[in-house]
Design a protein around this ligand. Structure first.
Ligand code: DGY
Length: 306
C-alpha cells in the first residue's frame, strides 16, 4: 500500500444491522467504510464520517441505499459486487417462479394440514413454462442468466423492455425488444430485473397490472420499491393477474400483518436471492478487495462510475 502497510479496522460482528446511532458514532474519522444494503449511506453518515472518508464499499450489486450525489460531491469512490451473485440470483428467481406458478407453497400447506383428499382434476392447477412468453423488465446480466435457465423449460419466446434496446445481451437469449405496454400484454411470466432508480420507483403499478393477462405470473427479485404494493394487492385479489412471487418488498421485513401475506397467490421470500454460501463468500471477498484497492488508490475490482 502506498505509504502504509497496515490498517486498523473495526468490525460490526453481528448479522443484525448496526444501529444507526452506533454507525454515526463509529464512522467518525474513518478512511474507508464497508456496508451492506441495510445501511442508508446519506449526507448524515458522510458528514459524521468527515473528510477522511475516501472509499465506500457496499456488499451488494444494488446501490439504491447509497446517496450517489453526496458521495460524488465529496469525491468518495464506491465499490459494489456485481457478477459474483448473478448465478445465485437467477437460480432463486427460477425457484420462486416455479413455486408461484405451480403453487408449491399452497400445495405443501394442504398436504401438511389435511387438505389433501382424493386426486382431483383441477385441484392446485397452475401455469406451465412450456410454450410460454417470458418478459424481462430491465435486461442486464441477471435477466440474461434467468432466461438462459428458463430456456430448457421450452419457453416459446423471450421479450424485454429497458430504457433502450440492449442488442448484445438480447442476442444471447434471442429476446425481442418491446414497449412496456407490450411487455405487460404479451408476458405469461414477467420477471422484474431492473435497478431501483427514481425512474423505476413504483413503475409496476395499476397501469402495468391492468394490461397483464389474468393468467400471468409476476416475479420480482430486484427491489421492492419498483412495485406499487397496493396496486399489486388489488391485481392479485381481484384476479387481474394469476400470481406474484416477491423476494423483495417495502419495507423489509414486511410486517407479518401485511395484506399481501393474506393472499394464497402471493409467495413472499425474505430477500434471499443471493443467499448461497458460495455467493455470499464471494460478495464479502469482493467487497473487501474493493475497499482495500480504494484505500491504496488503485483501481477497484468493481468500481461504480459516479
Ligand atoms: C444485492 O446485492 O443488491 C442483493 O439484493 C442482495 O444480495
Amino acid at each position: 500500500m502506498s505509504g502504509w502497510s497496515q490498517l486498523q479496522f473495526e468490525l460490526w460482528d453481528s448479522d443484525d444491522p448496526i444501529p444507526r446511532q452506533e454507525l454515526l458514532k463509529k464512522v467518525k474519522g474513518c478512511d474507508g467504510l464497508l456496508c451492506v444494503l441495510t445501511e442508508k449511506i446519506d449526507a448524515e453518515v458522510l458528514n459524521a464520517a468527515g473528510p477522511n472518508l475516501k472509499v465506500l464499499s457496499t456488499m451488494s450489486v444494488g446501490f439504491d441505499h447509497l446517496s450517489l450525489g453526496e458521495l460524488k460531491k465529496r469525491g468518495i469512490r464506491v465499490g459494489y459486487t456485481p457478477e459474483v451473485l448473478t448465478d445465485a440470483v437467477a437460480e432463486l428467481t427460477i425457484a420462486l417462479l416455479l413455486a408461484t406458478s405451480r403453487r408449491l407453497i399452497e400445495a405443501t400447506h394442504e398436504a401438511k394440514t389435511g387438505g389433501w383428499g382424493t386426486w382431483r382434476t383441477l385441484w392446485l392447477c397452475g401455469y406451465e413454462l412450456a410454450d410460454s412468453t417470458v418478459g424481462i423488465f430491465g435486461l442486464g446480466r441477471i435477466g440474461v442468466a434467468i432466461a438462459e435457465r428458463l430456456k430448457p423449460f421450452k419457453v416459446k419466446k423471450f421479450i424485454y423492455t429497458d430504457v433502450a434496446p440492449r442488442p448484445e445481451l438480447a442476442a444471447a437469449i434471442q429476446a425481442e425488444y418491446v414497449s412496456m405496454d407490450e411487455l405487460a400484454r404479451q408476458s405469461d411470466f414477467l420477471a422484474v430485473c431492473c435497478a431501483l432508480t427514481p425512474e423505476t420507483q413504483g413503475i409496476c403499478n395499476k397501469n402495468l397490472f391492468s394490461k397483464m393477462k389474468n393468467t400471468s405470473i409476476f416475479i420480482n427479485t430486484s427491489r421492492g420499491g419498483v412495485v406499487n404494493q397496493e396496486d399489486l394487492y388489488e391485481a392479485l385479489s381481484t384476479g387481474q393477474i394469476a400470481g406474484a412471487g416477491l423476494d423483495v418488498t417495502v419495507p423489509e421485513p414486511l410486517p407479518t400483518n401485511h395484506p399481501l401475506f393474506t393472499l394464497k397467490n402471493c409467495v413472499i421470500l425474505p430477500h434471499i436471492a443471493s443467499a448461497s454460501y458460495t455467493t455470499r463468500n464471494a460478495m464479502s471477498a469482493l467487497a473487501a478487495n474493493n475497499l482495500l484497492a480504494g484505500l491504496r488508490g488503485e483501481p477497484m475490482p468493481k468500481e461504480l462510475q459516479l
